[in-house]
Design a binder for this molecule. Structure first.
Ligand SMILES: [Zn+2]
Length: 906
């Protein structure tokens, strides 16, 4: 008497208090796989059906097909036909599978299993009328046929006959419950898979949340016990776990399924979706492609590829996959939703209407269709339309918990917090496992304790610890608002909600509704909402330049609304980085150069992929860097006025190539060419990076080109690295002979002189080489170091200044130079160098304060105000910066400004 009723199982919702990744306490016990023999079947002895079944289940499709084909020929049994049809179905040969079952039904007229099998296949392929006939016929022969009943339930549900569908599902659940404990108990894996699906459907519809645990812990576990090769049990368990937001265990179950059948297109696609939802686009692509290798007509894999294309801006590519998926499953609401979204993006009301007519033609209550549309629209930032579709989904299918959750989270994301709370509470009742809903409610509870301050265009929410920062923001947000309104020729129509979140965890919660947002993330904006973490989050000081973060995010607020959320990511991120007014990406110039030389830069068609590639931080950096340079290029080449014009063009739904043609009067190819020329110029002084070669490779290269100075010098360099001084000397000497002043040779020879404690000799070599190559940064850097060791400050300054002039001074060079000017008491020059350093280190409080101090010392009050303010933009609580600012304002007689400043600290 293991299972008296189906309502058993221990399942706890999200724990109170902290944010959680996944529901706790819903773990599935590790199953002990009892090795049982295959079910005893009365089959001709010469065909080993259990072996064939194993081949099929483990993804050895060729062998399985061969075996089942022989079995069909030899005994023509029902099991042989079903096995063959399943292989054909797994590899996407759907018409072959249909033909196999047609033939089988001719041989075994009136066989319920075969009819149910064909009914299921036809249902999947959207041939619902025929499917209905098959399952009705099967149920007439055998009312206890679980598969036929389940397919009937699905058909009714998908057509919108929800009550009738519910009755069929209940019949299935009852059949299971009534049989348990009797000798009729349902034990075979195939039946348990159906019971699992029906049980979950029943639990969803009637909000019997405890049943999910039972299905996971009992039903699917029993299926695996019955058939250790039943990957479908792990797969279905995984989908249920993922639906209930338990990603960790969902992924683990998928891995188990994959361990049984590494070629299942279902499992591979599910893995792809998990990766995609985690922002791992490349991995998702690889899984989808692997799935298509098994089954080139796998509708879900095609749909995944369509989604990836769609959300990385490749609408034409997306369309191709959507059409391919639709050809396989013409009545899938999810696929039809993608078709509709493509029409929406094209701005075609007729196209949208045509899809809707088609969908309502086969489904009376297309709630899933609306729900899928809404989810995609959220991802495409088409919030107003998304809201309408969530509402429609809820109207058609009040049982769809996901629609409520989606709507609640949408309101929450848009800062409509009061409405969000109401909907989210309801959504939580419908689905207490929805982690993001639970977390959002916790964050709202946390926010309820905040203070609100309103200005003309903003509502600022903050906790007591951020009172001063909020006061600064209140002033500066309005200043920047005016600046942006001027710049973009646009202003948001309603007040922007700005939140300063007091803890990192709650900040992550406010942004993702999940914990775990990387510490590097300093701000987020959704359009009407702008969020930053408190620099005093969790009681620790973690200063950052809140002003540049807010200027960055405020740019998104403007761009998103101005373009009706259609601005491509490169443009708004490019503008946002530009608005920060610093050069923080200069440190990554070598990355940009390497990709430029390798020809692997992004272009405007591919760049969107980079921003989402969180698994590869270098790609993200490159995308941001390139996006910024696209904006700089467009503004310098075509004029500042092109920026608002581009935003307006996107608002009208133009593609990038159309927008560029209209605004810049140029084809996209020409713009891209101009951009690459711009990059070449931007990178022109950077030393060329050589690929790493081994000693053996270099020796071979020298044998081939004995008169090539570059190769000789590189070989010398490698010998130097290996401390083989004589060889290093002789090859460097040869390179120098071949080309007087060769920089590589000079560096080796200078190092050898240094080894001999002959610094003067080393300096002479480098100076000699610089006569031939005055812009070589490696020579300049090496020379500056030697000069400093020789205490020749003036000369070192000259060399470092040369580097600076070439825009090749890195942070270390700038620091050294600033230090030299300080020693020599040359504050004007020191200020110039520190200004550059502040540009590449926008978060460095010490540098900004030092600048304020220096300007104050020079009684340059205006500059003191600028730098003291900039220091306070990093830490509003810095006493010295505040004093310097007050002093300078007094000297300038700016009484009103002094009053405003002191008011911020009251
Ligand atoms: Zn941004």
């Amino acid at each position: 008497m293991r299972r008296p009723v189906l309502l058993l199982g221990i399942w706890m919702g999200a724990t109170a208090g902290l944010l959680v990744y996944g529901p706790e306490g819903q773990s599935r016990p590790a199953e002990e796989r009892e090795e049982k023999g295959p079910p005893q079947k009365k089959l001709p002895p010469q065909i080993d059906y259990s072996r064939l079944r194993q081949l099929l289940q483990r993804g050895n499709y060729n062998e399985a097909e061969e075996g089942y084909t022989q079995a069909v020929q030899r005994d023509g049994s029902v099991a042989a036909y079903i096995g063959l049809a399943r292989v054909q179905r797994e590899v996407g040969r759907y018409s072959d599978a249909c033909a196999t079952l047609d033939k089988a039904i001719k041989h075994h007229r009136g066989n319920a299993d075969l009819l149910a099998e064909r009914g299921e296949l036809l249902y999947l392929l959207g041939r619902w009328e025929e499917a209905r006939q098959d399952v009705e016929a099967a149920l007439k022969v055998n009312p206890g046929n679980l598969r036929a009943r389940w397919v009937k339930a699905c058909l009714l549900r998908d057509q919108g006959e929800l009550t009738a569908a519910d009755q069929e599902v209940r019949t299935l659940v009852r059949a299971y419950t009534e049989a348990s404990g009797t000798d009729q108990e349902i034990r075979d894996a195939q039946s348990l898979l159906i019971i699992g699906l029906a049980g979950a459907e029943n639990a969803r519809r009637h909000r019997r949340h405890q049943q999910f645990a039972f299905i996971l812990n009992e039903v699917y576990r029993d299926a695996i016990k019955d058939d250790p090769d039943c990957w479908q049990a792990e797969y279905q368990a995984a989908l249920l776990l993922l639906e209930k937001h338990n990603r960790a265990e969902g992924e683990a179950a998928l891995d188990k399924a994959m361990a049984i059948n590494p070629r299942s297109a279902d499992v591979l696609t599910a893995k792809g979706y998990v990766a995609w939802n985690q922002g791992r686009a490349d991995e998702a692509l690889r899984y989808a492609e692997r799935a298509l290798k098994t089954n080139p007509k796998h509708a879900e894999a095609l749909r995944l590829l369509a989604d990836i294309r769609l959300l990385t801006g490749d609408v034409a590519g997306a369309r191709q996959y959507v059409l391919a998926a639709q050809a396989v499953q013409p009545r899938s609401e999810a696929i039809q939703a993608r078709r509709w979204v493509l029409e929406y993006l094209r701005g075609s009301p007729a196209g949208m209407q045509a899809v809707e007519t088609e969908v309502t033609g086969f489904c009376r209550t297309p709630g899933v269709w609306h729900q899928e549309i809404a989810e995609l629209l959220v991802q495409l930032k088409q919030y107003a339309a998304a809201e309408r579709h969530y509402r429609e989904a809820m109207r058609h299918r009040p049982d769809l918990a996901a629609a409520q959750a989606g709507l609640g989270l949408l309101y929450w994301q848009l800062g409509r917090e009061a409405e969000a709370q109401t909907v989210l509470r309801e959504a939580f009742r419908a689905d207490p496992f929805h982690i993001r809903v639970a977390n959002a409610l916790k964050v709202l509870e946390h926010l309820a304790k905040y203070t609100t301050r309103e200005t003309e265009h903003f509502v600022i929410k903050y906790s007591e610890t951020d009172k001063v920062l909020a006061a600064w923001l209140a002033d500066y947000l309005e200043k920047w608002f005016a600046e942006y309104r001027q710049k973009y020729g646009y202003a948001p129509s309603s007040k922007v909600l700005v939140e300063i979140i007091a803890s990192r965890e709650m900040f992550s919660g406010r942004v993702l509704a999940l914990p775990g947002l990387p510490g590097a993330a300093q701000g987020a904006s959704t359009g009407p909402l702008l969020v930053i973490p408190s620099p005093r989050a969790d009681g620790k000081m973690q200063v950052y330049n809140w002003a540049s973060v807010v200027r960055h995010e405020l740019t998104h607020v403007f761009n998103l609304q101005q373009s009706d959320y259609r601005v491509p990511i490169w443009l708004t991120e490019g503008l946002a980085v530009r608005a920060e007014e610093n050069h923080r990406f200069a440190a990554h110039r070598e990355l940009l150069q390497a990709r430029y030389l390798a020809g692997t830069l992004y272009d405007l068609n591919t760049i969107a992929r980079g921003y989402h590639n969180f698994a590869q931080p270098e790609e993200v950096i490159l995308a941001y860097f390139q996006g910024w340079l696209y904006v700089e290029y467009l503004a310098s080449r075509f004029g500042e006025e092109t920026i608002p014009q581009l935003l307006a063009a996107y608002r009208q739904g133009l593609t990038t190539s159309d927008a560029l043609r209209r605004v810049c009067g140029m084809e996209q190819v020409a713009v891209e060419q101009g951009y690459r020329d711009y990059l070449r110029d931007y990178l022109r002084h950077l030393p060329r990076q050589e690929p790493q070669l081994s000693l053996a490779e270099l020796e071979a290269a020298v044998r081939q080109q004995p008169d090539n100075a570059d190769v000789c010098a590189r070989l010398a360099g490698e010998y130097l690295r290996q401390q083989r001084w004589d060889q290093a000397r002789s090859w460097a000497g040869k390179a120098w002979q071949l080309q007087r002043g060769h920089p590589g040779a000079a560096l080796v020879l200078a190092r050898l002189k240094q080894r001999e404690k002959d610094r003067v000799g080393a300096i002479a070599i480098l100076e000699d080489a610089l006569k031939e190559h005055p812009q070589d940064s490696r020579l300049l850097r090496a020379l500056s170091r030697l000069l400093l060791q020789e205490q020749r400050q003036e000369k070192a300054i000259e060399v470092l200044e040369q580097l600076r002039k070439l825009r090749l001074a890195d942070e270390e060079a700038l620091e050294t130079l600033a230090g030299l000017y300080e020693q020599l008491k040359r504050p004007h020059e020191q200020i110039a160098v520190l200004t550059e350093l502040a540009q590449v280190r926008p978060d460095d409080l010490a540098v900004h304060k030092q600048l304020a101090r220096l300007c104050h010392g020079l009684r340059d009050w205006k500059q003191t105000v600028q730098w003291a303010e900039a220091a306070l933009w990093i830490d509003v609580g810095d006493g010295e910066a505040k004093e310097l600012l007050l002093d300078a304002l007094k000297a300038l007689g700016q009484k009103a400004e002094i009053q405003r400043l002191t008011a911020r600290y009251q």
